[in-house]
Ligand binder design. Structure first.
Ligand SMILES: [Zn+2]
Length: 94
C-alpha cells in the first residue's frame, strides 16, 4: 500500500498545547474526507504526545502514516532486530 501524499499535509505547530495541522483538499473533487481524518489523527497524537518515534524518540516526520510507530525503516528494523535478539536469548522463559 502506498504511503500518504507527502506534500499535502503540514504540521504548522508542534507544541502539544497549540498543535495545528493543515491539509490541502484533493484537486478537482473537493472531497477531502481521508486527508481530514489523517490530519485529525495526527493532531490527536500531537496533543497526546505520542507523535514520536518508538526507536529514536524524535518527532515523526509529516509524511508518515497517521498510525506510524517509527520514523523510518532504520528505526523499525532496529527495533525488530532487538525483539528478535531478546526472543532468541530466551529472556522471557520461565
Ligand atoms: Zn526513529
Amino acid at each position: 500500500m502506498p504511503g500518504p501524499d507527502p506534500d499535502r499535509l503540514l504540521i504548522e505547530e508542534h507544541n502539544p498545547r497549540f498543535a495545528r495541522v493543515c491539509f490541502q483538499a484533493y484537486d478537482w473533487t473537493g472531497n477531502n474526507g481521508n486527508r481530514r481524518k489523517r490530519a485529525m489523527a495526527i493532531l490527536r497524537r500531537l496533543r497526546w504526545g505520542t507523535w514520536r518515534c518508538r526507536g529514536c524518540g524524535d518527532e515523526l516526520p509529516d509524511y508518515v502514516r497517521a498510525d506510524a510507530l517509527y520514523c523510518g525503516n532504520k528505526c523499525r528494523k532496529k527495533a525488530a532486530r532487538e525483539r528478535r535478539a531478546a526472543r532468541s536469548a530466551g529472556c522471557c522463559d520461565a
